[in-house]
Write a protein that binds this ligand. Sequence first.
Ligand SMILES: C[S@@+](CC[C@H](N)C(=O)[O-])C[C@H]1O[C@@H](n2cnc3c(N)ncnc32)[C@H](O)[C@@H]1O
Length: 224
Amino acid sequence: MTVLVQKELIAVGEYRPISSVWEGNDGELIENLLQFYASIPPEPILDATYNRGRFWKGSSRNVVSMDINPKFEPMIVGDNRVMEGVPDAAFGAVVYDPPHVGPQGRDKSSKKFDEDFGATVACGKEHDWSLSYLYPPFLAQAKRVLKPEGLLLAKITDMVNSHRAKWSHCDFMRMADDAGFTVCDLIVKIRTGPMVSTKWSTAHHARKRHCFWIICRNSSRCER
Ligand SMILES: C[S@@+](CC[C@H](N)C(=O)[O-])C[C@H]1O[C@@H](n2cnc3c(N)ncnc32)[C@H](O)[C@@H]1O
């Protein structure tokens, strides 16, 4: 009955929800998020962790690329916790896909993995084995460079480090709220075939097949 009611509403165009679970790729999801949540024109968009720009393959969006690693040749080589030279209230949306794990081992192949996926940031005892310390200074800058009502879209993955579950997405949501954003939604993105290492012998945790996309608005409310 509920489904029928929803279908009827969708058919007449009055109720068009976005699903809380996403099984496609990130680029398609970002486009859906921009169309669903934007209450001001979302461009220009700042991708604050551009890497190879996989999110924007086939997209015609006006994207300004930033990365701390010059190897990826972003428009702005810089630390997104500082955003030196980036003007206030310049962007309709900021996209953030920070490193999700710390450096993975010491051999050559894992070093390439580290660079390609941004896993080069310290994540040891001094940071309580977590990467969440990256978020508050980034969030302060994201708030500064976003226009009022602009969107912050963040891809966050939880991790297990030093034998403990680290709930990065909880940290991010709390810290975004503390930074003055309204956290609008949490979308679970599902993927197939999670990585498994031959070094692991005993499973202590669920093998993650998902990450989160967190949608925040630079406003005191979510609804458009
Ligand atoms: C997970 S990758 C991003 C992948 C990217 N979304 C893509 O689709 O290709 C994380 C990126 O963040 C960058 N990064 C890490 N810390 C940064 C910082 N403080 N400021 C700017 N970029 C940073 C890394 O160099 C890396 O390229």
